[in-house]
Design a protein around this ligand. Structure first.
Ligand SMILES: [Zn+2]
Ligand SMILES: [Zn+2]
Length: 199
């Protein structure tokens, strides 16, 4: 909570547009805009992983505590009682000492067409690569497992049932868990693991 009063917009610079530069790395975030009767809001995702939000008609100037939920639900809407399971998974994955490194997908979601698809690569088992994507707007999940050493071993599961979790969602959860363990790529397993810290 801030003890400062909400400042009214004094100078107009930058009020009507989201930041062009990422505050973390100086790169150019990709901004998505939603505007409906619950307010206009923007979500910016930078290649470095930083997520920013921008709410031009929101009166409070300090950043929201949960910008992603605010972006998805609209800041003028009454808060919904429950955050969807896929948003909870996503937010949870960004916390802790080894947050999941998501990539923002360039293609719109096949189920809902929103450009809110995030993907990750993980190693749920030493010789099993998991490439998963999830749409944080609707929960649509694609999980592809393969053994890179075996051609044609790829198995793709698709689903958006979260309770109880369908096989695609179970694999996504598995990959998020795996992505939060210290990196264990099979190629690193040989003799580098003890001495490979000084590059
Ligand atoms: Zn950045
Ligand atoms: Zn979707």
């Amino acid at each position: 909570m801030s003890s400062k009063h909400v400042e009214e917009e004094g100078d107009a610079s930058g009020v009507g547009a989201p930041a062009e530069r990422c505050e973390s790395c100086g790169g150019s975030p990709r901004w998505e805009r939603i505007s409906d009767h619950w307010g206009e809001r923007w979500l910016g995702v930078c290649a470095c992983g930083r997520i920013d939000s921008f709410f031009p008609d929101r009166r409070r100037r300090e950043g929201p505590a949960d910008p992603l939920t605010l972006f998805l639900q609209g800041h003028l809407a009454p808060r919904r009682p429950a955050t969807p399971a896929w948003v909870r998974l996503f937010l949870h994955s960004l916390q802790g000492e080894t947050p999941t490194l998501w990539r923002h997908g360039f293609d719109p979601c096949e189920a809902c067409s929103a450009r809110t698809v995030f993907g990750l690569l993980a190693w749920p088992q030493p010789h099993l690569a998991g490439l998963c994507t999830v749409c944080i707007n609707c929960g649509y999940t694609v999980s592809a497992y393969s053994n890179p050493a075996v051609k044609g071993s790829e198995e793709v599961l698709i689903g958006s049932t979260w309770a109880p979790a369908c096989p695609a969602v179970k694999r996504l959860r598995e990959c998020v868990r795996a992505s939060q363990q210290p990196a264990r790529h099979p190629l690193d397993d040989s003799d580098e693991s003890a001495a490979g810290h000084d590059r």
